[in-house]
Structure formats: structure tokens, C-alpha cells
Design a binder for this molecule. Structure first.
Ligand code: FES
Length: 107
């Protein structure tokens, strides 16, 4: 069970033990992190699970996948090279300590 930290736009940190078989979006929804609703159910079609991966983690997590994830992020406010859709981040034990920051608005 990797420990994952979500940081809200106002700097509040939410730290949880995540199920290593779930996505970062599913973990956020399960723990009711405000601002990540998972409206599309995790098929990269709503963009409201946009997160910025902490710079130290980007190499391990990897950039947004080409195709539907990158296309959705291109339409998302505040998208940067550190952006990922939390629903496309499949958690595993090696993600212990992962830090995800949330933008001000989720669309
Ligand atoms: S939950 Fe909709 S894009 Fe991730």
C-alpha cells in the first residue's frame, strides 16, 4: 500500500495509504479529496482529475500517455509538462511517497 499525498490549491495536504490496484483518481474519490470527482469514471473523458506530478516523481510516473490522456490535458486549463490525469496513474507499491498537486480549477 503506497502512501500518496494530494496537495490542494490552498496547500492542504491529504495523505493516504492507497490500494496498489487502484488509480490515483479512485483513491482520491474514495477519500473524498475535494476537487477530484472522477466524473467520467476514469476513462480520461472529463479532465477533472487533473493533477501535477511532483517534479521528483515525473520520471518514475512518466508523462501523460499519447492519445486520449494527452488530448484531454491539451483541453485542460493549467496543463503543464507535469500534468497527468489521476485516473490514468495506476498505483503500485513502488509509488510510496508520491506527491500530486491539484490545480485551482477542475473542468
Ligand atoms: S476521471 Fe475523468 S478524466 Fe480522469
Amino acid at each position: 500500500m503506497p502512501k500518496i499525498t494530494y496537495i490542494t490549491p490552498i496547500g492542504t495536504e491529504h495523505c493516504f495509504d492507497a490500494d496498489s490496484r487502484s488509480s490515483a483518481m479512485q483513491t482520491a474519490v474514495q477519500h473524498r479529496i475535494p476537487g477530484i470527482d472522477g466524473d467520467c469514471g476514469g476513462v480520461a473523458d472529463c479532465g477533472n482529475c487533473h493533477v501535477w506530478v511532483d517534479q521528483n516523481w515525473l520520471e518514475r510516473i512518466g508523462p501523460a500517455r499519447a492519445g486520449i490522456e494527452a488530448e484531454m490535458l491539451a483541453l485542460t486549463d493549467g496543463s503543464t509538462p507535469f500534468s497527468r490525469l489521476a485516473c490514468q496513474i495506476e498505483l503500485a507499491d513502488e509509488h510510496e511517497g508520491l506527491v500530486l498537486r491539484m490545480p485551482t480549477d477542475q473542468h
